[in-house]
Design a protein around this ligand. Structure first.
Ligand code: UDP
Length: 377
């Protein structure tokens, strides 16, 4: 094969490695993906029935405080001024999420000022240090107290992960700040937005270089394909970003993953829910959230009589499903250590990205990690 590097997976990690190795280092790169499209789970496209750009794998909002990552992504796309604001439905009422002073005051039917709210939550949370908590439930209670945990986190998390919150890593919750003011932006990063012309246009510009060849519909783990593990590994250097356990044919045991089922619908209204993401906190609603994509682009002129939504259902992935998130429960740790050892021993193959490293990486983290890898390859 006449290339210097094979990159498996055209998500943001694979795209970044391919782009840097080709453009900065002059290597000839072959980028393959099993799917017929690039962009991995950020893939977006314009819905034919409405003209509204939809995120097929769920809402993606870019955010980072990393100057290097921000400068890098701006080579390929500009970002809108969109700020993500999420609400959550609990027992028939809508609350701001993450929990802020408005959530606290609405939930407890009070009009507390910041210091009084802090004292109230401290009294409910008890004395234990949230930073010392190892599991999600312990950290959430140490942070929010039991009433807010039970209302907004316990059932949502159980629906999302299909795992007892006591067996989930506390780090999952570091994504959710607790605020004693009325700030309601979901993310706190310095730079935020949505790519002005969508994720797919961004991804396409990343591979727009004669030294990068993209082959889609190519499953690297299928030995009948010309570009497969069997044909390539050990001959040409490989960066593999697919599921870590699948690479080794699950030989070291099961790693648990979760997948999403997104049920798309077009509704004959100009606005279905008034915001881009509405969470459903309670156990009696089977879906975890509803995405309404028109709200991601308030700067565009979209039709006033149609809107696209997607209900998101979350479940454990089987081997036939697309894995989206590593579950990383306590039970996964032993197998993960065996896979990491196998990965280190695999000649000529480097593992990375959310699936290849079995880490819950956000977009900016995947890019940062790919930039680091490209520097040392
Ligand atoms: N979370 C929660 N209630 C919510 C939103 C989030 O308990 O209304 C917790 C939950 O444990 C979840 C984590 O925060 O797994 C991260 O949620 P987020 O929606 O940020 O995840 P992503 O958008 O990456 O799927």
């Amino acid at each position: 094969m006449d290339v210097d590097l094979v990159v498996v997976g055209a998500g943001l990690f694979g795209l970044t490695v391919a782009e840097r190795m080709a453009v900065q280092r002059g290597r000839r790169v072959l980028l393959v993906d099993r799917r017929p499209v690039i962009g991995g789970n950020c893939f977006s496209e314009v819905d034919a029935a409405t003209g509204i750009e939809v995120h097929r794998y769920g809402t993606h909002v870019f955010h980072t405080s990393n100057e290097g990552v921000w400068a890098y992504v701006n080579r390929f796309t500009r970002f809108t001024a969109y700020r993500h604001r999420v609400r959550t439905v609990h027992r028939g009422e809508v609350f701001p999420m993450p929990v802020n002073l408005a959530t606290i005051n609405q939930f407890f039917r009070t009009a507390l000022r910041p210091d009084d709210a802090r004292a109230l939550i401290r009294a409910q949370a008890g004395a234990s240090d949230p930073a010392a908590a190892r599991d999600l439930e312990t950290r959430a209670i140490a942070l929010l107290g039991r009433p807010l945990y039970e209302a907004f986190v316990r059932d949502y998390t159980a629906k999302q992960w299909r795992t007892d919150p006591r067996l989930l890593p506390a780090s999952v919750l570091s994504r959710l700040p607790l605020r004693f003011d009325y700030e309601d932006c979901y993310f706190e990063d310095r730079y935020q937005g949505v790519p002005v012309d969508g994720y797919t246009a961004w991804a396409e510009r990343m591979v727009d270089d004669p030294r990068i060849e993209v082959r889609l519909g190519t499953d690297f783990l299928d030995p009948t394909q010309p570009v497969s593990r069997a044909a390539v590994a050990g001959r040409v250097p490989v960066v593999y970003t697919g599921p870590l356990d699948a690479y080794f044919d699950h030989a070291e045991g099961e790693l648990s993953w979760r997948t999403l089922d997104l049920e798309f619908e077009v509704h004959p209204v100009g606005d279905f829910q008034g915001t881009s993401v509405m969470n459903y906190a309670d156990a009696d609603t089977a879906f975890t959230r509803i995405h309404e994509f028109r709200h991601l682009h308030p700067e565009r002129s979209y039709p006033r009589d149609r809107t696209v939504i997607a209900r998101e259902f979350s479940r454990r992935a089987t081997r036939a499903d697309e894995p989206y998130y590593p579950v990383s429960s306590t039970a996964d740790r032993a197998a993960l250590l065996r896979y990491r050892a196998a990965a280190r021993a695999e000649p000529g193959v480097t593992f990375g990205g959310r699936l290849g490293s079995y880490q819950y990486l956000d977009m900016h983290m995947a890019i940062a990690s790919a930039l680091t890898l490209a520097d040392r390859l």
